[in-house]
Design a protein around this ligand. Structure first.
Ligand SMILES: NC(=O)c1ccc[n+]([C@@H]2O[C@H](COP(=O)([O-])OP(=O)(O)OC[C@H]3O[C@@H](n4cnc5c(N)ncnc54)[C@H](O)[C@@H]3O)[C@@H](O)[C@H]2O)c1
Length: 104
């Protein structure tokens, strides 16, 4: 069967990615060949998720930020945009309203 890698070459900024739903989304996107920006306020567990992606050969970068901190989120977005010409996927749990405002 032919594999379908819809996220190959794309960058995904996944918020709350150190645990739970966000971690599952980050691992799933990485499995689908995306470069994953692992955003979470807790750097150590987020770094572990980065390691879980990188160890089998995936591509991930830590983007430590508290979603309540507009400047930190803005820095994470800048990091994501520097990782590629354009962020082509966005996954977020809460904090979406503020993050969306930053895109304007
Ligand atoms: N689990 C569910 O059934 C469910 C259902 C509906 C909504 N939600 C919402 O989805 C989100 C994720 O749920 P979960 O069960 O995966 O949670 P979880 O507690 O397993 O993981 C949450 C992650 O988000 C990070 N986080 C929390 N606040 C943050 C902030 N301000 N900035 C950056 N990172 C932050 C934490 O450090 C943690 O790594 C939660 O907001 C939850 O309320 C969950």
């Amino acid at each position: 069967m032919t594999e379908c890698r819809l996220l190959t070459g794309k960058v995904a900024l996944v918020t709350e990615a150190a645990a739970g739903i966000g971690e599952a989304v980050a691992l799933y996107f990485a499995q689908d060949q995306a470069k994953v920006m692992v955003l979470d306020k807790d750097g150590d567990p987020a770094q572990q998720v980065v390691g879980h992606i990188q160890n089998p050969g995936g591509d991930a970068i830590l983007a430590e930020a508290d979603l309540r901190d507009a400047a930190a989120v803005s820095r994470a977005i800048d990091l994501t945009l520097r990782a590629t010409a354009r962020s082509t996927s966005w996954s977020t749990m809460p904090g979406c309203t503020r993050a969306r405002a930053l895109w304007k």
